[in-house]
Design a protein around this ligand. Structure first.
Ligand code: PLP
Length: 643
């Protein structure tokens, strides 16, 4: 990992450049000013002051002529900057690097990007240059708070100007960071003067975080993992956009949205800030007797974006509970209506709905938990006509499946409580896709038999399949929809089971026994609701559905091109999801080929997690089409090298 520091200031003209020169001398470091604005060259100044030769100087990545903020200076030249194009320059040997910002921490670099985002991207600890005069404490503390809220590690402050012990004490006390050097007013800023100060620079060593992997090995039980044979987990330390950064200095592009939960990218500042604000306002209150704005607003917004009469939102904690609640709602609804004989649930072969006991019952055929079968309740499993590109038999498969369904619903017309399905895409059983018309036909048959239609959109919700919800493409308004994974933009565990108003009315009455006797300690947690609201706002602000369409176009292009590859079969895609099966090896969740592919992708800087022989990509929507192309290039290379 690169070692060094990022130098920022409370504002412009504080003395960042002098501080940078001092640090270069004190640490025998290299110097890099990524964005230079104005006629002067800070690189030349530092070179002269610190006596650096060319081997220790890196030219700016961007040079703009107007002495303005980078964003304004760029727009004067008709340019739009992008911090994603700025990298730390590499040098052999492990000489530290001093990176000097422009202006202060929140100075705009491009629309939606400021200097602090660049700091986060470069990942170096930050030193803040500040003045010692009157009125500067506030600037300093604001800068420290803003950087902390963005997860940026500030390792110290440099005080520039007449010594001010009171400010020094307050900064260390209130700001919680040490002063690493005092730079008094220098008569002449010269190399000699700085040399005298260099020995006074005192940057504390980072506090060691402990051996995380050892603590993990000793005390953590990981999900869906055979710890006896699994490789050690990867230690993640930071996320940004589609990338995860690891403790051993790797950058991994997250091709599975961290188990499908992350739509807008990791550590998105808008959501991080919404969470911080909410945590400092109201972190939690019991939801049986209280309400609060984040929950009421989120329920209203969900009702507004969901189709039809899906209008009543019951909050819980994860996808499994969202499903449990949907099943209990359907079951009790019929009892409340005096139709206690409607107890039967139907589900689809291969469907996955979560790992709690009720969710396992309706997901038994996904094949993950045969041992628990005796604990589960009986569910009827219906055929699922999965399809893919150039599937010649799909009409016939659908016709046969629908015949079985029609028979099932007519035989059991009076006793079906509901049917549950993952509309358009079965996720965990291998990204198995059906055509929208099939989903519509299922809903019509279930309705004709009087049963509830329950859509488990835990994975498909929030844009994943190209529309906000998959049910829109099928033209179906279910009676109940289960939402979870993308709900809080991947930040906080939370779920929502949303029912129609008519279903909700079925629970009203004079007695408690008609009410839904279900609730979780953290129901409608305000922090989760605030994260969800911020995440929903991003769909507009970032043009998310258009981004998904661009990703879908890449899936379509690349998977179509791969359709004749001998090593692959059944290419398929919908919205942001692309999937294909690896032919010729073993099959099932433990398939060796999937593990090999996962290792290969890790070596190439991607995190993928094949479901057995099914390779799929289900990325955060901020993944660029270029990055998605690179992932497919990697798949093609993997097929050559592994096979
Ligand atoms: C992941 C998933 C669940 C379970 O959600 P958890 O949050 O893991 O409990 C349920 N249904 C579907 C379709 C899922 O993909």
């Amino acid at each position: 990992m690169m070692n060094g520091y990022f130098v920022t200031g409370t504002d412009t003209g504080v003395g960042k450049t002098v501080l940078s020169a001092l640090l270069c001398m004190a640490l025998d470091a290299r110097y890099f000013k990524p964005i230079q604005t104005g006629q002067d060259s800070d690189t030349d100044t530092v070179a002269a002051l610190a006596g650096l030769d060319a081997s220790r100087l890196h030219p700016p990545a961007v040079h703009l002529l107007a002495p303005l903020s980078p964003n304004q200076a760029a727009s004067k030249e008709g340019r739009v900057l992008d911090i994603a194009t700025i990298q730390l320059p590499f040098s052999s040997g492990n000489r530290p690097i001093i990176v000097e910002g422009a202006g202060g921490a929140l100075v705009p670099i491009a629309p939606g990007q400021c200097m602090a985002d660049l700091m986060a991207r470069l990942g170096l600890p930050v030193i803040v240059a500040t003045r010692t005069g009157l009125g500067t404490l506030n600037h300093t503390l604001l800068t420290l708070e803003a950087l902390r809220l963005r997860g940026i590690d500030v390792c110290g402050v440099a005080l520039i100007g007449d010594p001010n012990p009171d400010n020094r004490r307050d900064i260390e006390h209130l700001g919680g960071v040490p002063v690493i050097v005092d730079i008094p007013h220098l008569k002449a800023v010269t190399r000699e003067a700085l040399r005298g100060l260099a020995s006074e620079v005192n940057i504390p060593a980072p506090v060691p975080g402990g051996d995380v992997l050892a603590m993990d090995r000793a005390h953590v039980w990981h999900p869906f993992t055979q710890a006896a044979t699994a490789p050690a987990p990867v230690q993640a330390v930071r996320g940004q956009g589609a990338k995860l950064f690891t403790a051993d200095g790797r950058e991994l592009i997250d091709l599975v949205s961290s188990w499908w939960v992350n739509p807008h990218g990791h550590a998105h500042p808008a959501i991080a800030q919404a969470i911080a604000r909410q945590a400092a306002t109201l972190e939690q209150v019991l939801f049986a007797d209280f309400t609060h704005e984040p929950a009421a607003r989120l329920a209203s917004e969900l009702a507004a974006i969901l189709p039809g009469g899906l209008n009543r939102v019951f909050f819980s904690d994860n996808g499994s509970t969202a499903v449990e609640i949907a099943l209990k709602m359907a079951y009790q609804y019929w009892r409340n209506q005096g139709r206690a004989e409607r107890t039967r649930f139907a589900a689809f072969q291969g469907g996955y709905h979560g790992d709690t006991v009720g969710a396992m019952s309706v997901g038994m055929s996904s094949g993950y938990y045969q041992d628990f079968e005796p604990l589960t309740f009986k569910v009827d499993f219906l055929p699922y006509p999965a399809t893919w590109l150039d599937d010649a038999d799909i009409e016939e498969k659908e016709t046969q499946a629908l015949a079985v369904l029609a028979n099932y619903f007519s035989v059991h017309a009076g006793t079906v409580a509901g049917v549950i399905l993952e509309p358009l895409v079965q996720g965990a059983s291998g990204m198995r896709m059906v055509r929208p018309g099939f989903v519509k036909a299922v809903a019509d048959l279930a309705r004709a038999a009087g049963g509830m239609v329950i859509f488990d959109e835990v994975m498909t919700g929030f844009g994943r399949t190209g529309t906000m919800f998959a049910c829109e493409q099928a033209g179906v308004v279910p009676d109940i929809i289960c939402l979870a994974k993308g709900l809080t933009a991947g930040f906080v565990p939370m779920a929502a089971t949303v029912a129609t108003e008519a279903l909700y009315q079925g629970f009203l009455g004079d007695t408690f026994d008609r009410a839904l006797a279900h609730g979780h300690s953290f129901t409608a947690n305000p922090i989760g609701c605030a994260a969800a609201l911020a995440g929903l706002a991003l769909f507009e602000q970032e043009g998310t559905l258009a981004r998904i369409a661009a990703l879908e176009a890449v899936h379509a292009q690349r998977l179509t091109a791969l359709s004749n590859h001998a090593g692959l079969r059944r290419p398929r895609w919908r919205g942001s999801i692309g999937a294909v099966e690896l032919a010729g090896g073993d099959v099932g969740y433990g398939a060796e080929i999937g593990k090999k592919l996962k290792r290969y992708f890790l070596e190439q800087g991607f995190f993928a997690r094949p479901l057995g022989e099914v390779f799929y990509i289900l990325p955060p929507f901020c993944l660029t089409p270029h990055e998605l192309h690179r992932a497919y290039d990697t798949l093609e290379r993997a097929l050559e090298e592994i096979a």
